[in-house]
Each structure stands twice: as C-alpha cells, then as structure tokens.
Design a protein around this ligand. Structure first.
Ligand code: FAD
Length: 552
C-alpha cells in the first residue's frame, strides 16, 4: 500500500525497509522525483529518501523557468538547446497547472551583446531547434513597440527587442507533483530521511543504504538491487562516501533572486536583459510581485544553507537600476529573496556562467549510479536515461526485463486535465462554481493554478473540514490538510516554502497565517513545546532571511 500522508511516516518507513527494492533513489529534488516516476511507471519497486523536505535543495530555488536556454546558443550548445527546448513542450502538456507560457522580451541596445540581426537569427535558430509551435514563434519589436509593452525600460540607445516565449513554473510544486504521481504508481517516498552510509554485498557492490529518520531519530537499512544518487549539489559527498569521487567532479555555483511588490516595481512584461558586466538576467512579473535573477558565482560553503550576501543584493539592484532607471530601487524596497546552488559538472578554467548545464551519469565500480548536472526543464529525459541504465543493469544481473520509458505522455499529479487546452476548460468549470463553494474568484484561481485537477480534492476538504479549526482561515486550513495528507508536509516551513511558495511570492500571507498553521500542525502531530518552538524558530528565521533584514 502506498502512503502520502505525514501521519503514516512509520508505515512508509516499514515499507521501505520491508523487502528489497528494485531501485532506491537518494534525493527528492526534481532529478530524484523524475527518476522515481519513470521507474515506478515501468513497474519497478521504487523507493525515494530525502534528507530535508522534498525540493528543499536546488529544486525550490531556481529561476522557475521551463525553458530551452536561449543563452546556451551563445555557447553553441546546440544539442542542449534542442533537447531541453523540446522537453519544455512535454512538461507543459503533462503539467499545465504548474507551467504557464510567458512572452519574454529581449531588448537590444547600441553596443550591447545582441543586435537586431543576431537576435533575429538567434531566436529563429532557437525556434527551429526547440521545435517551437507556430503561435509561439519569435517576433521582432521596434523601439516604440518595446517601450509600449514595458514603459519602465531604459529608452536611451534602445534599438528594439526580440520577443519569444518561455514557460514559468513553480519548481517545488513541479517536483512534488512528479513525486506524487510516482507515489500513485507505487513508489514509497519519505522526507527527512538521510542516507548516511552505503551497504555492500560480498562482491563489493552497493545493495542498500543505512538511513536515518530525522523525525523519529531511528536508523534503519534499506536494500535495493540498484541505488541511484540523485543528490544534486551533494552528489559528490555521496560519491566520496562510496570511494568513487574520481574523474569529473561538481563545481557548485550560487544564484540569488530578489522579489519586489508591484507597488514599487510595476513590471508588466518579462524581460531578459544584459547586466553591466555582460551577463544576462531575468526580470519577471508574477502575480502582484516582480522577481529578478540571477547571480552566478562559484560556491564552496554550506550547501544546505546558501545565503544572499550584500554583494549579491547590490549586484542585482545595480543591474535593475541600469535597465529600469525610473524606479530608483533600493534595498528597502526588497520584499523577499531566495538563493540556490547549481550542481554543475566542473570544467576547469571556465567562468561560472560558461560552464555547461549538461547532465551526465557516472557509474562507479560499486555499481552506484550518480546523476549530475542538468536542468529542471530536462528532468523527464534525464530520468529516462537514468532508468534505462538501471533497467539494463537489472536485466544483466537479475535477468528481469522492464519496458522502455512511457513518461512522454504521462500527466503528473494534478495534470490529468486534458493537456493545456483541457486545463483552461477545467479552470473555467471551477470558476463557475465559486458561489457553490463560497470562495472568492482569487482563491479559486489560486487553488486551480496551484493544484490543477487536485483542486477538487482541496475543495472537498474545504467543504468537510472548514469548521475544524475555527482559529484558521478555512481555505488555508483546507490547503494545509491536503498538504499534510497528500504531500507529506511535516513542518510549517514545508508548507510555506515548498508547498505554496508563499515565503517568496506572498511573504505577508506567511506572516498572517503562520500562527494558525503552527498551532494546527502542533495539535495534529502532537508536538511537545520544545518541538513546536523549534519549528516556529525555523520559520521565523526563514522569514527574516528571505526579507534580508539581517543584511546591512
Ligand atoms: P536538488 O533539488 O538539490 O535535489 C537533491 C536532493 O538530494 C536535495 O533535496 C538534498 O536534500 C537531497 N540529498 C542530498 N544528500 C542526501 C542524502 N545523503 N540522503 C537523502 N537525501 C539527500 N533549471 C531550469 O530548467 N530552469 C531555470 O530557470 C533554472 N534556474 C536556476 C537558477 C538557479 C539559481 C539555480 C541554482 C538552478 C537553476 N536551474 C534551472 C537548475 C535546476 O534548478 C537544477 O538543475 C535542479 O533543480 C537540480 O535538481 P536536483 O534534484 O538534481 O537537485
């Protein structure tokens, strides 16, 4: 039996420990979740362990674009652009609720990186390589058109702009929806469980891990025919434990983002623009916010806790003021922020921005399969490659045959609404039921965009349980119950950071609802005072850090 509820942690642990799995995935980011989905869908007995919360590593801290990586064209990474460009259409159709098309403007200036000709040619090649559908192919804009679409743009020396489509996503929700689909297909997954050591058979082959549950404190063994290291920036730490950190290694780079209220940064149009030091960054409207990023600097410090420094903050503020000079943005205007670590494969001598985003699979002498590099966008294809490798080992060693990947047309959880066109219909149907449920149009829109087809489940919780905790907003309560029962949410930070992204894009909502959420969670999980205080402090620290109040 498969469990998705945080009340069933003990049962899930027993399932993982009960019998040998076909595949154990270490890491519950997008890479590990994608691998789990592909494997479970092929019928493999699959387990996933994540030492923090799902997506708490890099997969909740990206620029949140499902994109073909236009800038990789500049580095002639034609294969990468073609592959991820095609993948983005698949990600969109399988999860239309977590991916939304967004027209992006690429302004060009006298003396800038791109001119009208290179932009036109670049975007045309991009359309071709990425197989962009007709309605979304690039357009070229005059200076006047560009300024009409975004009056905040620096107008001096502006010559015009390219106009093309990217897709916006919520990376943490994409990850959890992929993982939920894997669980629906039989995978057992548990957060706050760390692989602390590998277990080997008599031939020196990895056949399991020692796992530590950070919630219960218990240690247990998990055995598997194949262990896959999908630990993102921690991939090398695990290779080191396995004694196989040889040859290529990771180069971590750090990327920061700043978020502003539309009151101070009324950005209408997504812009991809040159920084004063000739890098390129995004400014993207999102609801009543605008966010800007990213930096790209080498990183050798605490992987679990990267922080936005004064230097990162000032770099982004400077770039914003150069491109949007009328704003006069300062540090006081920052609403929230976040920062992530890219797990890139080292290429000595190259600057961080020049290092390829390609993924690679390493297989150690002990049989440990490690997947490194890559992008959120390419997760499905990466998973296919990793599980093909697992399937071929299983065939060789155990004679078991598994079919090929069937995830290309497999909707992720919440995505089973008839693709992108079906999603619009589904959304309208639910919006027509606002009066029945007595929720506002804004609340209904948020629920459908956040949960897709699963919004109906959240609404039925809302109907049944809205009087359960009368100290809470009933819609927030319904979301919280759904998150605990169906998304393995265990701490207030899981809910506010990874299940709703509110810490980044609606920090005042977190401030408003945090006491009710903490009270409800402490009641249902029966936390003692010390535990309740620990999770409260963790959330308060996250709020302070995101708001950058700790910087000078
Ligand atoms: P992670 O998400 O870090 O997952 C690895 C997980 O393994 C972690 O959660 C960790 O806790 C867990 N783990 C580690 N060790 C253990 C252990 N011993 N036991 C159990 N669990 C363990 N890509 C795009 O496509 N579009 C973008 O717009 C984009 N923007 C980006 C911007 C920035 C600033 C960054 C940093 C990256 C960006 N990327 C983007 C890249 C993308 O975010 C990453 O490639 C992707 O999220 C990596 O996912 P992952 O699962 O490999 O790693």
């Amino acid at each position: 039996m498969v469990n998705t509820s945080s009340h069933k942690r003990t049962e899930i642990r027993h399932q993982l420990a009960k019998e040998e799995l076909d595949i154990l995935v270490i890491g519950g980011g997008i890479t590990g979740s994608g691998i789990a989905l592909d494997a479970a869908n092929r019928g493999m007995k699959t387990g996933v362990i994540e030492m923090q919360d799902f997506a708490a590593g890099t997969s909740s801290r990206s620029t949140k674009l499902v994109h073909g990586g236009l800038r990789y064209l500049k580095q002639f990474e034609v294969g990468l652009v073609a592959e991820v460009g095609k993948e983005r259409a698949i990600v969109y159709e399988n999860g239309p609720h977590v991916t939304t098309p967004e027209w992006m403007m690429l302004p060009f200036y006298k003396g800038g990186t791109f001119g009208p000709l290179s932009t036109n040619v670049g975007l045309r090649v991009y359309d071709f390589l990425a197989g962009v559908k007709k309605s979304e192919r690039r357009k070229m804009l005059s200076k006047e058109n560009a300024l009409q679409k975004e009056p905040l743009l620096q107008s001096e020396d502006l010559k015009g702009a390219g106009y093309y489509v990217e897709y916006k996503t919520d990376d943490a929700r994409l990850t959890i929806e992929v993982l939920k689909k894997a669980m629906e297909l039989g995978a057992n997954a548990l957060n706050y469980v760390q692989a602390t050591a590998f277990i080997y058979d008599d031939d020196g082959q990895v056949n399991g891990v020692v796992a530590k549950d950070h919630v219960s404190g218990e240690e247990f063994n998990i055995f598997a025919k194949q262990v896959v290291n999908a630990a993102g920036p921690w991939v090398d730490e695990l290779r080191d434990k396995d004694g196989s950190k040889t040859g290529k290694t990771l180069q971590l780079t750090k990327g920061s983002h700043l978020i502003f209220s539309q009151d101070v940064f009324p950005l209408r149009q997504a812009i991809y623009f040159d920084t004063p030091d000739k890098r390129m960054i995004f400014a993207i409207p999102r609801g009543d916010k605008a966010y800007v990023g990213t930096t790209d600097t080498k990183y050798n410090q605490n992987i679990a806790h990267p922080q936005v420094t004064e230097e990162d903050r000032d770099y982004l503020l400077h770039a914003i003021n150069q491109m949007f000079p009328s704003l006069d943005i300062t540090a006081e205007h920052i609403d929230s922020s976040y920062v992530g670590v890219r797990p890139l494969i080292s290429e000595p001598g190259k600057d961080p921005g020049e290092i390829s985003r390609k993924d690679e699979i390493f297989v150690s002498d002990s049989g440990l399969i490690s997947m490194a590099g890559g992008k959120l966008t390419g997760y499905r294809k990466m998973a296919e490659q990793a599980v093909d490798k697992v399937a071929s080992v299983l065939k060789q060693e155990s004679g078991i045959l598994y079919g090929s990947s069937q995830t290309m047309h497999l909707p992720i959880s919440g995505g089973d609404v008839g693709g992108s066109t079906g999603f619009e219909r589904f959304k309208n149907q639910l919006l027509n039921k606002i009066a029945t449920f007595e929720v506002s149009e804004e609340e209904m829109t948020t629920l459908v965009d956040r949960y897709g087809g699963n919004a109906e489940k959240v609404l039925s919780i809302f109907e049944e349980q809205h009087e359960k905790a009368n100290y809470m907003d009933p819609v927030v309560l319904a979301e919280l119950i759904y998150a605990i029962e169906e998304e393995l949410t265990y701490t207030p930070s899981d809910f506010f950071i990874r299940r709703t992204s509110a810490l980044f894009f609606d920090i005042d909502w977190v401030r408003t609802h945090k006491d009710g959420v903490i009270r409800y969670m402490s009641e249902v999980f029966e936390w003692d005072e010390a535990t309740k205080q620990r999770y409260t402090d963790e959330l308060e620290a996250a709020i302070e850090e995101a708001a950058l109040t700790t910087l000078g």
